[in-house]
Ligand binder design. Structure first.
Ligand code: GLN
Length: 340
């Protein structure tokens, strides 16, 4: 849950750009320091290898659409991207197949249930509901357009690497650990197939999904990937147009309603940003037109969201003036007009 911190921060309008760089640097360091001692939550262990994560790790990066980077803590520690991959595979598939096809096939409504729920599908006539739960992510991954399973994997890995601005590698140990134990995801794939929701082989789609979840990233990578969604699809570090601006809009909309699982409403209420979390402890929160926060800390709340990561994002959203729903009388405040 989000306890309210007594932050002496004035509300600022969501418009404009990030505050001056020196101020962002200060606030990132402050957020890191403030929550580094918070030991609530548990490290995920339903994928056996994840239980070995060092619970003390905590890294924070803010990447601006102007190419600026501000970091604190363990920003270079690698972890598997897990569910955060869903956001970027969704963007890549939308870019390829278009808004309508994916909307019709996968849906965009929150389930109100856990990310790996089978009941959500049963209650909704076999609909995977949205691309940020496992059913919808497997249905989205099944749409990856390539001729063979090897080519589909290359397509996904290459696409996520373009978001990160560097070649991402598979963590083989994580992949194997999940592939040996992912009976529930295989059941989800088979259930999708039984409802006629998959054109390709269910277990192959689940395998590709398992691989995409095992791509190795850092908090730094997450911030750059998020900043690409914040910048109309252009990676601010490499200058490459990865997906269209329309796809970024659609992806961020889905993240706002479904990115933090059944906690998405509370998250939006407290933080006011589209975001995605993963069960290894990563969070990416995106501020359209401004930049993104990448956070890593392995202890999770009951919904599977990083405890420190959430608190740090809340702090940064408020102190950097990122909440999308915030306005001030008369438009943007003076402090927002200076930037970078
Ligand atoms: N690979 C994980 C799973 O399917 C991803 C879940 C998550 O990060 N919430 O269970």
């Amino acid at each position: 849950m989000f306890e309210h911190d007594a932050l002496d921060i004035e509300q600022r309008a969501s418009t404009g750009a990030l505050p001056p760089r020196s101020r962002v640097a200060e606030l990132v360091a402050e957020a890191d320091e403030r929550y580094a001692g918070l030991d609530d939550g548990e490290v995920a262990d339903y994928i056996p290898v994840l239980a070995a994560a060092d619970a003390r790790r905590f890294g924070l990066t803010v990447a601006g659409v102007d190419g600026s980077l501000h970091e604190a803590g363990d920003v270079g520690i690698a972890f598997s991207i897990q569910s955060i991959s869903k956001a970027f595979v969704f963007a890549l598939v939308c870019d390829e197949l278009g808004h309508e096809a994916v909307h019709e096939r996968v849906g965009v409504n929150n389930t109100g249930l856990a990310f790996n729920s089978l009941i959500a599908m049963e209650l909704n006539g076999g609909s995977p509901m949205n691309p940020m739960v496992n059913a919808g992510a497997i249905a989205t991954t099944a749409l990856v357009p390539a001729a063979s399973s090897e080519e589909r994997w290359v397509w996904v890995r290459h696409g996520l690497s373009r978001f990160a601005g560097r070649e991402l590698a598979l963590d083989e140990v994580v992949y194997r650990s999940e592939a040996e134990t992912n009976h529930r995801n295989r059941a989800i794939g088979k259930l999708l197939q039984s409802y006629g929701r998959l054109d390709s082989d269910a277990l192959e789609a689940v395998d590709l999904y398992t691989r995409q979840c095992a791509l190795s990233v850092t908090a730094h990578d997450l911030a750059v990937m998020g900043a690409t969604l914040a910048d109309g699809g252009v990676n601010p570090m490499t200058g490459e147009q990865v997906v269209s601006a329309e796809v970024c809009r659609d992806t961020l909309t889905v993240l706002a309603s479904c990115g933090m699982y059944e906690r998405s409403g509370e998250w939006l209420f407290e933080i006011g940003l589209p975001a995605k979390s993963g069960v290894s402890g990563g969070i990416v929160a995106v501020s359209p037109g401004k930049g993104a926060v990448g956070a890593y800390s392995p202890r999770l709340d009951a919904a599977g969201n990083s405890v420190r990561g959430q608190r740090a994002c809340a702090h940064l959203s408020r102190s950097l003036g990122l909440n999308l729903f915030a306005s001030v009388r008369g438009g943007a405040s003076e402090s927002e007009e200076s930037h970078v």
